[in-house]
Design a protein around this ligand. Sequence first.
Ligand SMILES: [Zn+2]
Length: 642
Amino acid sequence: MEDEEINYGELGLKVGLEIHQQLNTKHKLFCACPTQLASDEVKRKAIERYLKATKSEVGEIDPAALYEMRKGRKIIYEVPEGHACLVEMDEEPPHELNQEALTITLAIAKALHSIPVDEIYVMRKIVIDGSNTTGFQRTAIVALGGEVSDPEGTVKIQTICLEEDAARKVSEGRGFIRYNIDRLGIPLIEISTAPDIRDPEQAMRVALKLGLLMRLSGKVKRGLGTIRQDLNISIKGGVKTEVKGVSKLELIPKVIRYEVLRQLNLLKIRDELRKRGISNDSVKNELTDITDILLKSRSKLVMRSVKKGLRAYAIRLRGFKGILGWELQPNRRFGTELSDYAKAWGGVQGIIHSDELPNYGITQKVVNEVFSLLNLDPSKDAFLFVLADHEKAERAINAVIDRVRKAFHEVPKETRGANPDGTTRYLRPQPGAARMYPETDVPPVRVTEDLLSEAEKIRPPTPDEMLSELISNHGLSEELAKQLIRDPHITTYLDLVAELPNVQPQLIASTLLIHLKSLKSEGLDVDKVGVEELKQLLAMVGKGAIAKEAIPEVLKTYLSSKGKKSIQEVINEFSSITKEELEKIVEEITGQFKEEIRARGNRAFSFLMGKVMAKVRGRADGKLVANVVKEKISELNKTGGS
Ligand SMILES: [Zn+2]
């Protein structure tokens, strides 16, 4: 389905945003440890724990974690020296709430017209994946309400919270998971909007605005992984789906479009199943071992699995022909959804279904034999199988059958994870309302007038204040400033302006907004130009080592080399030529085009200028070239006139 055909208003699209941003405070939220992550060189020790959960919590647990937990999964926490203390190790109670983090949160809340609460109560929110040594995350509501303006309608803020970040996962394997606890306890601000967003582009604009506002406080961390966006997305007749971990702003509209597409397709599948007159109790949990038939095709996948002691267990899906291969999102079919369930609940590699066969070395002849063994009609029916031991196969198939049965009446409530291409995958069922308990180790904090006036001092500028700052202090044209304030590149812009005092902001803005965009429209992968490359290039321009006119050519050459040349190598190729060299070039060209220049008389300037600029390809400043060319022409006119 083409996007242009989708009318999001008619579909009743509703989107809410949840943004988590790390604060750049001196200390963590509940101890005196720094908020920088440990480098690999830092000495560390490891402590071991086992995941545990009480019965009442079980309903909220990631099924994969639950499965591991029942097996007694070991958790290893790396404790890097100087980056974590007894508090993160849960061997000492938390210290008092970090005032700096609270002040920053209040400042951001003010800028959003959110109303601070009178007293901050720290709560415990249960987390059971092992990412918190305590088994819970500490969180506190700091402000309520507020809004973000947007041309398509104001988006309300629901809550602004201050919370501790979780430990970061380092690796995971059979029976263990390893975390580094340097990230645990870094203060996070969490801004949740109401589901007031009505179309995919609006969601990106609002996220950009919130991100920018936080950035403008000057008190938040920058770089990959310091900001994380979650979305909840629903359409009429569908369900509110939570999508976790959208790390790139630019991906937000795509994630929303694809999720809408997925829900629409699931509703179509439901209607199709009804039309075919199949009922959901026809989906039976009867495993048939089809290993021996599959082996006849000498499929490497099957043979490898059998060697490991696994078998192929199949179930019948009467009337399902074409349903499993039905594409929900680009390259993700209904069968892919089932596969996600099998992986999460059964710990298997996935499923294989008849709509994708013959494939994997399994021949049509063998597929036909499976159909007849299962007593199915290949023109109407379908089957699927897993390669697993019997216990895992049962668990995987149970989850798959539950999911297939839901297809008859609804879009299931799920928490999904964002993939790098904008599609999403099943993570776990949605938890009920998060269970919270008061954190008795941290006393409540009164939000005093003093605290509020401290916050006022660092309140980030409003977008209008920012716009006038860009125009009057940075010297940007109004047009460029307005464009910049709506563009995700603004954060890169601010970084570069701060780090390159010798480079005109106007030049930085035009590089980001004009040159990179035009290279993108030429089909080059401009994402390959990172902040570091831009910094090197612009610093050279600032020093006068290359002409600003060379910027587009340098970037184009760099991108076209597809990683074969470093930006520095390309910069060297373009480094400026001396005035003497330039004069020599002008001399040469004048000699070459004597007749043309004479014929043009007064209009020779632009002709000669064009020829020279093409020759120097940005290796000389435009003004300098113009001067040399003018001199040359007046020289020619003099000699020509005498
Ligand atoms: Zn600490």
